[in-house]
Design a protein around this ligand. Structure first.
Ligand SMILES: Nc1nc2c(ncn2[C@@H]2O[C@H](COP(=O)(O)OP(=O)(O)OP(=O)(O)O)[C@@H](O)[C@H]2O)c(=O)[nH]1
Ligand SMILES: [Mg+2]
Length: 361
């Protein structure tokens, strides 16, 4: 599971990436940066304060800083399309939009206009999807010649679906906002359409814009809010600098700057939600840990996240919801109050479940 960072050249992609992974990254020409960000979770901090384990392990999100294709996205397919391939492998896209002004870093279009850049990128992503659809039409046409009746049926169905997606794209509706059934989703999942991926739009603002950040985000929500689209404003440069400090120093600095809660931490948490991930916890003297699973994961699959042996030898999941645990105050109390329950293989794990897997190998 990883999120690809995209945007026009000098929008601050590498800067935002550095802020998210809390490490000052540079970028060799044409190279991608791959890094891991911790999902700071106050619930896990609370559990750690209660259990006082030797180790605390946060959930993680991976980000890929993909260098900008200078001549634009759609056109880059002509030059080998590694850029497109890299984008297609991602699970979501994070679009860093230039909102800061700095005469030392000229905007390639001459002026700073974040909403213009959002529209331009949306069009490029749509353009890339349209090209994939056109190529597929040609293949389907060829396949139809001499196809058996059943194959013909399939090809016709797919052609109709792709025509619908194409018409939607032509009227500016990204695939993520189009009506696609679960079955149709399966058909198109191989194509890795870029406008089908969840999208996070980040306005990379300058330090001097920080006092307006909230107002800016409200405006973003008015103008850009859509299903499977997440929005935030963040000062990449400042967040990167703060990310190099110890948590104590960072806290003091944020207070003195009026920079509020960590915008980077918030973006990471929102990315996690955007791609449909939730956390369950394991607790103990040794380790308190947040584990990552897709929303809707069964108990037995969740066990497999920890170890394949636990999945194979799964007997039961002994669990308590985070809020119930807090109410009870301890695991023995939770047990006495009937809040600690046993669930089987098919139980759907909820965000915040504290689980002890019983297994036998
Ligand atoms: N003043 C100011 N400068 C910034 C900010 N964010 C990034 N920059 C500067 O803008 C320049 C480009 O930033 P990068 O993060 O390298 O941008 P990029 O999108 O990765 O650039 P490419 O990979 O070359 O496309 C650097 O000199 C950054 O220091 C900001 O919030 N304010
Ligand atoms: Mg870069």
């Amino acid at each position: 599971m990883h999120i690809g960072i995209i945007g026009i050249t000098k929008s601050g992609k590498t800067t935002v990436y550095s802020a998210l992974i809390r490490s000052a990254a540079t970028q060799a020409t044409g190279q991608m940066n791959l890094g891991v960000a911790k999902v700071v979770d106050p619930r896990l901090d609370r559990l750690t304060a209660i259990f006082k384990p030797k180790r605390q392990v946060y959930a993680e999100v991976r980000y890929v800083d993909i260098p900008g294709a200078p001549e634009g996205l759609g056109k880059s397919q002509g030059i080998g399309g590694e850029y497109l391939n890299a984008l297609q492998r991602t699970d979501a896209l994070l679009h860093v939009v230039r909102a800061f002004t700095d005469p030392a870093v000229p905007h390639i279009n001459g002026s700073v206009d974040p909403y213009r850049d959002v529209t331009a990128m949306d069009m490029e992503l749509a353009f890339s999807d349209l090209a994939i659809i056109e190529r597929r039409f040609k293949r389907l046409e060829a396949d139809l010649k001499g196809a058996k009746p059943q194959e013909r049926e399939h090809a016709k169905k797919e052609t109709a679906l792709l025509e619908r997606l194409r018409d939607g794209l032509a009227s500016d509706v990204p695939i993520r906002q189009q009506d696609v059934s679960a079955e149709e989703h399966k058909t198109i999942s191989n194509y890795q359409f870029l406008t089908a991926k969840p999208l996070f739009i980040i306005f990379n603002i300058g330090e001097e814009q920080l006092p307006q950040a909230t107002r800016l985000e409200e405006e973003m929500h008015k103008r850009l809010a859509k299903p499977s689209v997440q929005l935030a404003a963040l000062c990449g440069k400042l967040e990167t600098e703060l990310g190099q400090m110890t948590p104590e120093e960072e806290g003091e600095f944020r207070a003195s700057m009026g920079a509020g809660e960590s915008a980077a931490a918030r973006v990471i948490r929102l990315s996690y939600e955007l791609v449909g991930l939730v956390s369950f916890f394991t607790v103990g003297d040794d380790e308190c840990r947040a584990w990552t699973i897709p929303l809707g994961t069964s108990a037995v699959k969740a066990a497999g996240q920890i170890h394949s042996d636990i999945e194979r030898g799964f007997i039961r999941a002994e669990l308590v919801a985070y809020n119930d645990f807090l109410k009870a105050g301890s695991l023995p109390n939770a047990r006495r109050q009937g809040l600690l329950r046993l669930e089987g293989k098919t139980y759907t794990v909820k965000d915040g479940d504290i689980i002890n897997f019983l297994f036998n190998v």
